[in-house]
Design a protein around this ligand. Structure first.
Ligand code: FES
Length: 248
């Protein structure tokens, strides 16, 4: 396959960026998208050019490090996949592919396709934890909750923090990420005790980081590689309202 690429190149957050055109021959359909990017980088290095910087780690859809806007969609054309799980067989010979970083005021570009997602870390630091020593992992059947509760908490905990929800949201809202972290703890007895304090702190931090508000378009759920449900946002709003009422 021959692929034409238009890739966002930017030296750092303070410099202007632009789309730069590349051509890549002999792309194998079974290559992953990141392997295709590796091939391009090998070609650039051989030509004495600076390779395209992009984040990645596990390349198995687990770590949440990879993330690119591919033809205008977070992680590319297939819903519920990370960029590293996308394969070149989803494109046709002769296709032009636009590759850009995840954009958002809270995600400044570090270089090329790499963005600074440390705003997510600061939201977690604001309250996404249990502050008592819970000891060793307990025997699962010893926790007094139903199987359905455990499954629901696990579904929320599956968020890998890739940032696709922010990149795809017209308001650059981090509501899906933040709510998943709030909900997974609030649904378990270990996290329930601090749920009021937690939701107020994490929502406040979300605002400090300049993420936008949720306006219920639900695009985040469509693109989320982990199928995180917008019901988590409803849970966050309920927890937030309850905490404000109890505080008065
Ligand atoms: S590199 Fe880890 S999820 Fe893509």
């Amino acid at each position: 396959m021959k692929i034409y690429l238009k890739i966002w190149r930017q030296s750092d957050a303070g410099s202007p960026g632009q789309l730069v055109s590349y051509e890549l021959d002999q792309v194998i359909p079974h290559m992953s998208f990141l392997e295709m990017m590796d091939t391009l980088n090998e070609q650039l290095i051989l030509n004495g050019d600076r390779p395209v910087e992009f984040d990645h780690d596990c390349r198995e859809g687990i770590c949440g490090q990879c993330g690119m806007m591919i033809n205008g969609r977070a992680h590319g054309p297939i819903p519920h996949l990370t960029t590293c799980q996308l394969h070149m067989r989803e494109f046709k010979d002769g296709d032009t592919i636009y590759v850009e970083p995840f954009r958002g005021a809270a995600f400044p570009v570090k270089r090329d396709l790499r963005v600074d997602r440390s705003a997510f870390d600061r939201i977690i630091m604001a309250g996404g934890f249990v502050s008592v020593n819970t000891g060793q992992a307990p025997e699962a059947n010893g926790i007094p909750i139903t199987h359905e509760q455990a499954e629901s908490a696990f579904d929320s905990a599956a968020c890998i923090g890739c940032g696709a929800c922010v990149a795809t949201c017209k308001n650059s809202s981090a509501a899906l990420f933040t709510s998943a972290k709030i909900a997974h703890l609030a649904k378990l007895p270990q996290g329930k005790m601090e749920s009021g304090k937690r939701v107020l702190s994490m929502v406040a931090q979300m605002d400090i980081e300049a993420f936008g508000h949720c306006s219920n378009t639900e695009a985040c759920e469509v693109e989320c590689p982990q199928h995180i449900s917008v019901l988590n946002i409803a849970r966050m709003n309920w927890e937030y309202t309850l905490s404000r009422i109890l505080k008065k």
